[in-house]
Design a protein around this ligand. Structure first.
Ligand code: FAD
Length: 495
C-alpha cells in the first residue's frame, strides 16, 4: 500500500492547535515538534504497535481527549485540514485495525473512562467508550449484574473497542451479540458532528437503527464516545462439565442434547481437538482432566440461579450422554477452583501455541456440520506440500525440519465459530501460500464467514469479497462516503 497523497503531513502549527485544545501534557504526545526526543518516541511506540507485534505504524502524534466535545473539535479540525486519524481503544485488536499504517494521528480514548450511570432495576449501564471491560464487569458484579461480554483481553480492551469490533467472546451463546445488547451510543463523525443516539430503551422502532452501523465498523464511520448497554442479572451459580468424544459427529449430537437438556442455563459450549490439548499439556505440564485420549473434547458451562439444581441438571445430562454412547468419558467440576482449572484447558490454547513459534490464525464461521472439516483439509494440504512435521524437538536439536508443527482446531462451537490455528517454527512464505487464499475459498464455497469475531482491519482487507458480494461491498462504500466523505477515519483498512 502507498500513503494516500491527499492527506496532509503534520506540521508544528497543527500540533499547536491540538495543544491549545487539549491543554494537559499527557493529552498530546508530540513527536512532530520534537522529532529527535527519544523519550517522546518511546512514549509513542506502544500506540504504533499492535498486541501481536505483527503490525507497526509510524505516527508522530497521539491525542488523548477526555470529552466528546474535544473529540468533536479534533475531528472537525482534521477533516478541514485533511489529516488522517486512527481511533484506538485498548489496542488489543487482532487484525491490525487499531494502529496506523503510515503517519495517521492516533486518537486514543483511554482518558474517557467514566462510568456514567447504572439502573439496578432495568440493568442498563451507561459508560464512556474508554472504560476497560473488566472494570465495567467488576462495577456490575458489585451490583449483582454482569457485562454481557467476556473475553481473554478483558483487562485491557475498552467497551468502545468491543462495540467497534462487535466482539463476540465466551458469553455470546447465552447473552447474544452486541447488536442486541447495546441499546444506544454516542459517536462523533469525521466532520465533528456528534451523533447522539444514547438511547436507553429496549424497544425503539423509529426509522433506521443507525447505531447498528457503528457496531463492528472498526473505527471507519466515527469515534464511539459513549455506550448504553443492557446487562443481565449476575448468575448465582456456574457449573462446568468436560468430556471426551470419539468423533465430530458425536460432538454435534452432544451439542443438541445440551441445548435440549440444559435449556436456559446453558452458557457456553466449547470445542477443543486432541492436538490442542496435548499442546496445552506439553506447555503447562498439568494433569489432563480425563484419563484416556479422545479426538475431541467439549467444555459445557451452565449459569443459573441455583447451584444445586444446576449441578444436578448437568450431572443428569452427563450421565445420559455417557449412557447413550455420545460421549466417551466426562468429568464435572465440584468447586470454583476446578471450574477455573477446566476452563484453563480451553483458554490456555492460544498461549500454548505462542510457545511453539509463530501462529497463522483464522477466526471463521462455518455451518456447523462442516466446522471441523476445514482443519482436516488444511492439515492434509500442508502435509501434501511437505511442510508438516509434528515431532517435538528439544532445545539442542539443530535438525532442519519442515516449518509447521501443528494444525489445531478449537472454538466457540455453540456459535459455529472455529479457530483454525497453524502453528509454525517460524513464519514462512511457503506456509502462507499454501493457506491463502485456500482457507478463504474453502469458507466461501460453504457460505461461511472469513471473520467471525475479529473483524477485517488491515489483515483481511483484501479478502472481504470472499464473504460479501459486490452489491454489499458497494453499499458499505456508499455508507462510508456519506459518513466520512474525505476518508480520514481509519484509512487503508478494509474499505
Ligand atoms: P482496539 O484494538 O483499540 O481497536 C479495535 C478496532 O476498533 C480498531 O479498528 C479501532 O480503530 C476501533 N476502535 C477502538 N475504539 C474505538 C472507538 N471508541 N470508536 C471507534 N472505533 C474504535 N475478540 C472477540 O470477538 N472474541 C474473543 O473471544 C476475543 N478474545 C481475545 C483475546 C485476546 C487475548 C486478545 C488480545 C484479543 C481478543 N479478541 C477477541 C479481539 C477483540 O477484538 C479485542 O480484544 C477487543 O474487542 C478490541 O477492543 P480494544 O479496546 O482493544 O480495541
Amino acid at each position: 500500500i502507498k500513503r494516500d497523497a491527499r492527506f496532509a503531513e503534520l506540521t508544528p502549527e497543527h500540533v499547536a492547535y491540538f495543544r491549545s485544545l487539549l491543554g494537559s501534557e499527557s493529552a498530546v504526545l508530540d513527536g512532530v515538534t520534537n522529532p529527535d526526543d527519544a523519550s517522546v518516541a518511546d512514549d509513542i511506540e506502544p500506540y504504533n504497535s499492535d498486541w501481536m507485534r505483527k503490525y507497526r505504524g509510524h505516527t508522530r502524534l497521539v491525542l488523548r481527549p477526555s470529552t466528546t466535545e474535544e473529540v468533536s473539535k479534533i475531528l472537525k479540525y482534521c477533516n478541514d485540514n485533511m489529516l488522517a486519524v486512527v481511533p484506538q481503544g485498548g489496542n488489543t485488536g487482532l487484525v491490525g485495525g487499531s494502529v496506523p499504517v503510515f503517519d495517521e494521528i492516533v486518537i486514543n480514548v483511554s482518558r474517557m473512562n467514566r462510568i456514567l450511570d447504572f439502573d439496578a432495576v432495568s440493568g442498563i449501564l451507561v459508560v464512556e467508550a474508554g472504560v476497560i471491560l473488566e472494570v465495567a464487569d467488576q462495577y456490575l458484579a458489585e451490583r449483582g449484574h454482569i457485562f454481557p461480554l467476556d473475553l481473554g483481553a478483558k483487562g485491557s480492551c475498552h467497551v468502545g473497542g468491543n462495540v467497534s469490533t462487535n466482539a463476540g467472546g465466551l458469553r455470546l451463546l447465552r447473552y447474544g451479540s452486541l447488536h442486541g445488547t447495546v441499546l444506544g451510543l454516542e459517536a462523533v463523525l469525521a466532520d465533528g458532528t456528534v451523533v447522539d443516539d444514547l438511547c436507553r430503551l429496549r424497544k425503539n422502532n423509529t426509522g433506521y437503527d443507525l447505531k447498528q452501523l457503528f457496531i463492528g465498523a472498526e473505527g471507519t464511520l466515527g469515534i464511539v464516545t459513549k455506550v448504553s448497554i443492557q446487562c443481565p442479572q449476575r448468575p448465582a451459580a456456574q457449573n462446568v462439565a468436560f468430556f471426551g468424544l470419539e468423533s465430530f459427529e458425536a460432538a454435534q449430537q452432544a451439542f443438541r442434547e445440551a441445548k435440549g437438556q440444559l435449556g436456559e442455563i446453558l452458557s457456553a459450549f466449547e470445542l477443543m481437538d486432541e492436538t490442542s490439548q496435548s499442546l496445552v499439556q506439553r506447555v503447562t505440564g498439568n494433569k489432563r482432566p480425563l484419563e484416556g485420549r479422545h479426538p475431541f473434547y467439549c467444555l459445557v458451562e451452565t449459569s443459573g440461579s441455583n447451584a444445586e439444581h444446576d449441578a444436578e441438571k448437568l450431572s443428569t445430562f452427563l450421565e445420559s450422554v455417557l449412557e447413550s454412547g455420545i460421549v466417551a468419558d466426562g468429568t464435572l467440576a465440584d468447586n470454583e477452583t476446578q471450574v477455573r482449572a477446566l476452563w484453563a484447558w480451553r483458554e490456555g490454547i492460544p498461549e500454548a501455541l505462542g510457545h511453539l513459534g509463530g501462529t497463522y490464525k483464522y477466526d471463521v464461521s462455518i455451518p456447523l456440520s462442516d466446522l471441523y472439516k476445514l482443519v482436516e483439509d488444511t492439515k492434509a494440504r500442508i502435509a501434501e506440500a511437505g511442510l508438516l512435521d509434528e515431532t517435538a524437538e528439544d532445545k539442542n536439536d539443530t535438525t532442519e525440519r519442515p516449518p509447521v508443527r501443528a494444525v489445531v482446531g478449537y472454538g466457540h462451537m455453540g456459535d459455529a465459530n472455529l479457530h483454525l490455528n497453524v502453528s509454525t517454527r517460524r513464519f514462512d512464505p511457503r506456509v502462507e501460500q499454501v493457506l491463502e487464499p485456500f482457507v478463504y475459498e474453502w469458507i466461501a464455497e460453504r457460505q461461511g464467514s472469513i471473520s467471525a469475531e475479529h473483524g477485517l482491519g488491515l489483515m483481511k482487507k483484501k479478502y472481504i469479497g470472499y464473504s460479501r458480494n459486490p452489491t454489499m461491498v458497494g453499499l458499505m462504500k456508499s455508507i462510508k462516503n456519506s459518513f466520512d466523505p474525505n476518508g480520514i477515519l481509519n484509512p487503508y483498512k478494509y474499505l
